[in-house]
Design a protein around this ligand. Sequence first.
Ligand code: BGC
Length: 765
Amino acid sequence: MRRRQIYEVNNLKLDNNSLLLNESLFYNANGYIGARSAFEEGYPDGYVTVRGQYINGFYDFTEAKQAECLYGLVQEKQTMLNIADTQSVKIYFDDECFTMFEGKVIESKRWVDMDKGVTGRHILWRSPDGKKVEITIIRMASLQQLSLFTIDITIKSINFKGEIKIDSLHDGNTTNFFDPNDPRTADEEYQYLTPICEMQENTSYVVSTTSKSNLTVCSGVHNVLSSADDYRMISGDCSTLCEMNATINEGETLRLIKYCVFADSVRSKNPRLQVEEEMNKALASSMDELYDQQEAYLDNYWKNCCVVIEGDDDLNTALQYNLFQLIQSVSKDEYGNISPKGLSGEGYEGQYFWDTEMYIQPFFTITNPDISKKLISYRYEILEMAKENAKILGHKKGALYPWRTIMGRECSGYFPAGTAQYHINGDIAYAIIAYYLMTNDIEFVASVGAEIIYETARLWMDVGNFHEGKFHINDVTGPDEYTCIVNNNYYTNVLVQYHLNWAAKLYYEMKNLPKFRVMRKKIKLSEDEVKAFEKAAAAMYLPYDEKLKINPQDDSFLQKKHWDIASIPKYNFPLLMHYHPLHLYRYQICKQPDTVLAHFILEDAQSEETIRNSFEYYEKITTHDSSLSRCIFSIVAAKLGMEEKAFKYFGDSTKLDLLDLHGNTKDGIHTANMGGNYMAIVYGFGGFRIKEDGLHFAPILPKKWTGYQFHICYHNSRIVISVSKEGCQFNLKQGDAREIMIYGSKYLLKDTLSISNENNKRRTL
Ligand code: BGC
């Protein structure tokens, strides 16, 4: 059973690192807007803050510097913008300003309430002059009204009697964070937005225009104080200050609600007008109603995606935290997607990668396919630009999705570990096929997904070539970014084979659907072309080493030097921050799973023996410098019956952000890792797979747990899978009876199906 989930930290640390980390961990978002949780009242001078608020898919163009301007290299990239700051609130008790850095913090805590969808900060404070007050701040990015972000501050006087002044700021003068020493963030400061302020009926508006992309964003702020003696708005060029005064007696409380509303020209013709409408809508409901709506949204969300671990509360809370961040971060429309940091920071500049399709989308496809559909629609929106990208790269046909992008054009400055990752085409196709297998939504696939599948399939025919009867793909980079521009990367080739085979399968399946016919005509897809796909797939070259009985990562991988990971000093990790790329490329060393990932997503392409050999080989040479790594090793370890290992990888991976294990959560949370952790339970321990012949399960139970449970949506059914020490149970909560495979045997799931340990091959640790 799911219990109320709260992640809480007491006795807040005030050193700069902890503050930055908590800005990410306690951030608020709803997939449209994201606000890092900097203190409303600010920090003292000298402290670094990434006081950011962002809109998914809202960007400006910025220069991508190339030392040598070779043909086709990216000269301009897109960056997600830090829009107007609506968070600042300063509270004065007579002439003393509240700050946790002066006086005495008697009690303090922060929390994320994953059922209510809010974050909180509570402080019991004594000012330097001895005024004792309690301040509670609840922040919410509404999941029902995506434009709305609220800050709800309750001030309770314990021993203070006098005047409270509150300064609430709406500031359009913002810039993005930069760090010239970290390749994962922007390297210089630039004023992207030009703001203009305006006031109307106690609401302040900031309308800002981008420098190059010709986009507009508008924010509106409206302050409501429970009792104000005086209320003034003072507008400057780029900011508006709302000053409020009230008197308070001992034991009394005062409440400020700051309504912040956003709209942008990517989604709206008139963002300024839209903000006015959205503000009226927000103000029409009481705060209690808004909180109830948020809870109702999440109640429904958890019903579909609930995963519970029994017997390990810490890990369970960490897992719930992961799943909560996924719904906070993912775009609910096709104008945005989900970036590796969600909307919690500026790492990777808010661009979207393959992380979406291979790590995050499976979660939505299984639990909330409507969101998965939006993610596919986003790729459809940028398909024309993917075709342009293919042309830039010299391809005569097809589409090549950019490695990283917001609006569709390639952003990766370092092409060997970026643009060369052509596998993104296969990843996107794989995600569409998974969506189809899970939902059976053939209409959507015919009208949206198919065009992507064929345009990307066409590209493979142009990239690859036949050599001695085999189809080869040369000069691409696989997922492992420590080995770049190689021939016949196993991951890429096996995925392309799958992609091309499915392109053919879908063709024969959908040939007569009207929507498919329209698409076919539009892109001039011929049956001969489909036959060519089949031929290439059948002849696909998949590297295999007879001696080691593994799939080499690529043609030259096994010829390279060995480098004992244990001999590398701890402070030299991640390696990309300490070694020249060429140095890394000359060793058999992996940043993240490549062949092992291929063995997970396409397990039927090799025997279990080969998968085991590969796992053991690559495990020794993988640094896990990417947060996308351990979850996959956990899944494959679970498949191979290495439960202890699977459990260890899972634990480390699931707590990665909460324990800041990669030391960079201050730049934002790791959403792909979070999606991967979901997969580690469902695909790893649960042994779940979705294949052409239906659903497969093979649950195992880690020794430390007493049980776990997960839910899946399949076609029109909802199935709850509960695993305990006694065995596993499948409950059909909704939909038609269906056949499922459990430990390789077929069962008919009508209502409840119980498989006890005695009768099955199921293993416990
Ligand atoms: C990983 C990539 C990933 C990117 C964004 C890199 O460190 O190597 O696979 O797409 O981070 O998460």
